[in-house]
Design a protein around this ligand. Structure first.
Ligand SMILES: [Zn+2]
Length: 508
């Protein structure tokens, strides 16, 4: 016992001794980083993610080090299945995420491109509901009176979103520093109500505004990683960017600086331990990627909000399918639900959707077409696919129509889709290919006969003429449109896909 006591005393001398010297000049603080989180709750039947679990982790870290700050590097208000659901006649449009994020107590957030998917009035509502600080150095609100900062309007006052944000951080031994943040977002989502200033130019201006007022300047960004890299090459004085947009975790060195991004949907979060030496003015950052999964405890207060919203969701889904969390298919390769893929190339997810469309008509069609823009999940799907995942892919649902269409119009439709590569009007296809020599479209590997009538399964959205203006039932090249009865699987494209995937699972 005496020996043990001696050991403890000796050890504490060692520990205190070690800490003593550098701690006078050093301050250590923690950044918890999230980016690209579309879902408030966990995914794949609880396997990963969940904002309740993230909050538990942050709280535990903050207990150890009160100088712990939580960040969201953009993309969280859209897309999500919950966001598309209407409650009291109004689409939820990210309200669920703001409510959860308010309860989580974020320290700083910035815009991703997906925030501007929301209608102007919905985005304003979400900003007004939020109780955490936002920043952006390069985005302005286009209003009747000109380009002004976006604002947060509360009952008593209206505050403009800042270009920069400063954290005053002080530790137990009195070491004190100021950490300044700027934020830039890529201009990939043009909207009438949004003005994007040049991201590099505004990052530079904000850096200059901050550099003499703070000890260190960092960035909270939502850019493609090549753009983050370019930014750090232009501004090598910035040691660190917490970024988003890519959906897969990365830690990239650029000279002596670095860029960190976590996995989307809080599959992982980054815990950065930052140490700043006030004498040497050096910042060192130790970044640990932490998986959020079944082993992570949950914070009950946040879990309660998630469960309230999930019960609204389940009620709506059960109109279409009985068991939303049932695993209906196990994919060998992850299915690609990203926007960039589905709006530019034929994807394995596009294959499955269009095969299911044909299957819903007992394969008594010559081909199937759906617009890539109807795929809204902007993520890779997990290997074990649940019915809920299919709803996440196609939140708007809709019927599958069987259409008798003339070959010449069909060719025009396919050409139009091809010309719209990079947009939502790009078509995912079943049973179509391109002739290697002529580049002509083939159906079932044969040239399309302009005079022949083909049976094609279309998503009902495509026949509305929004994406392909000439593709409406009044076009004389459309001879017949068959709408499914309510009990047929084609009555809801999601139900058709779920039943098709189940049929594949039963075969194997
Ligand atoms: Zn993004």
């Amino acid at each position: 016992m005496k020996k043990l006591l001696f050991l403890v005393i000796a050890l504490s001398f060692v520990l205190i001794g070690c800490k003593e010297d550098p701690s006078k000049n050093e301050i250590t603080f923690k950044f918890v980083q999230l980016n690209d989180v579309y879902e408030i709750g966990s995914l794949s039947g609880g396997k990963y993610g969940g904002m309740d679990r993230v909050t538990y982790v942050r709280d535990s870290i903050k207990k150890e080090n009160p100088n712990t700050f939580m960040f969201m590097a953009g993309d969280f208000l859209n897309p999500s299945l919950l966001g598309t659901i209407k409650v009291d006649g109004e689409r939820i449009s990210g309200k669920q995420m703001i409510e959860v994020m308010n309860a989580m107590d974020f320290d700083l957030v910035t815009f991703g491109n997906h925030e501007f998917d929301l209608k102007e009035k919905d985005l304003q509502k979400r900003l007004n509901e939020s109780t955490f600080p936002w920043i952006t150095s390069n985005i302005l609100h286009v209003t009747e009176t000109g380009n002004t900062p976006f604002t947060i309007q509360k009952a008593t006052d209206t505050t403009a979103i800042e270009r920069t944000h400063v954290f005053n951080i002080k530790d137990e031994d009195g070491t004190e520093i100021k950490v300044g943040f700027f934020s830039v977002t890529l201009p990939s989502n043009p909207q009438k109500f949004v003005h994007y200033d040049d991201m590099y130019g505004e990052a530079g201006k904000s850096y200059n505004d901050l550099k003499d007022k703070v000890d260190v300047v960092m960035g909270l960004t939502h850019l493609a990683v090549e753009e983050d890299t370019e930014l750090l090459k232009k501004l090598p004085e910035i040691p660190f960017l917490m970024g988003g947009h890519e959906h897969n975790a990365m830690l990239v060195d650029v000279g002596t600086s670095k860029i960190a991004k976590a996995d989307a949907n809080a599959k992982t979060i980054y815990i950065h331990t930052v140490t700043y030496n006030t004498k040497t003015k050096k910042t060192s950052i130790d970044s640990k990627l932490l998986p959020i999964d079944e082993r992570t405890p949950s914070k009950p207060e946040v879990a309660a909000i998630i469960s309230k919203w999930n019960s609204i969701l389940e009620l709506k889904i059960k109109d279409v399918i009985d068991n939303p969390n049932e695993v209906v298919y196990t994919a060998e390769d992850p299915l690609d639900g990203t926007d960039s893929a589905n709006r530019g190339i034929q994807t394995n997810l596009g294959d499955i959707i269009t095969e299911a469309m044909a299957w819903s008509y007992n394969n008594e069609v010559d081909g199937a077409l759906v617009n890539g823009g109807s795929i809204r999940v902007d993520d890779m799907l997990p290997a074990s696919i649940t019915s809920l995942d299919i709803f996440r892919v196609l939140p708007y649902g809709g019927e599958i129509l069987k259409v008798d269409i003339k070959g010449d119009l069909l060719t025009q439709v396919l050409d139009f889709g091809k010309s719209k590569r990079g947009t939502g009007a790009y078509l995912q296809r079943f049973n179509f290919s391109v002739a290697a020599d002529s580049g002509d479209w083939l159906i079932a590997e044969k040239p399309i006969d302009p005079a022949k009538t083909y049976k094609i399964a279309f998503s009902d959205f495509l026949l509305k003429g929004f994406d392909i203006p000439f593709l409406t039932p009044d076009n004389e090249g459309i001879l017949n449109v068959y709408s499914p009865e309510k009990e047929e699987s084609a009555a809801d494209i999601r139900k058709a896909i779920i039943l098709y995937l189940k049929s594949l699972s039963e075969q194997s």
